[in-house]
Write a protein that binds this ligand. Sequence first.
Ligand code: CO
Length: 259
Amino acid sequence: MIVLRTEKEIDLLRRANQIVAETLVTLADMVAPGVTTAELDKAAVEVIHRLGGKASFLGYLQYPASTCISVDEVIVHGIPGRRALKEGEIVSMDVGVLYRGYHGDAALTTSCGKVDPVRQRLMEATDRALACGIAAAKEGNYLQDVSRAVQEVVEAEGFSVVRCFVGHGIGTRMHEEPQIPNFVTGKRGPKLKAGMVLALEPMVNAGTHEVKVLDDGWTAVTADGLPSAHFEHSIVVREDGGEILSATPKRIWGRLKDS
Ligand code: CO
């Protein structure tokens, strides 16, 4: 069953997601050559706690950190540690927050210094694919319309959509029904209703969509070692499309695109 949230609940979900957004902005500002992924994780915890939230990834299925920081060929679930960022890499940052019983979840990818045109295009295509998925998340559409919208943008750029990880419903639990593939499966899925809250999260690879999970049991890397990007927003389905709950301040997008 997919829960329909009341406006009061949506308000709390927005607050949880605003803590996520504030955290992502802080991390994006820190990205520079030499910064370690553990330093980003530490900074995230400080922001989350200062704003009254709790990092929801920590301990989830025994995940050992508060954020996922996935550099370059790492698709998702990168465990923060001693890896230092290098000029030319792209960095995906995924943050989850529990606030007054409600979950926020969002992610973005940014560049460390100057990146090559493929990485730049990869980030932009993934961001745009997410935006198209959000636009398709409107009452009366089927879930598959969202998946198709995402996949079309990605494949038109010659990139590939990761199959083995998907988006999800979100609310009083971090993962709720439905699962949200970023590709067409052939099943149209549930009909979308206003008040459904969904975390859309396309993971897009420059090369093959195949994934390898490292021995730590978490770190998911591209099978061919080529880079991967990840953007995620928590949204609420409305009559005219998805309303973003985890919106980051506009200035950041301007700055990130320029840098
Ligand atoms: Co998620």
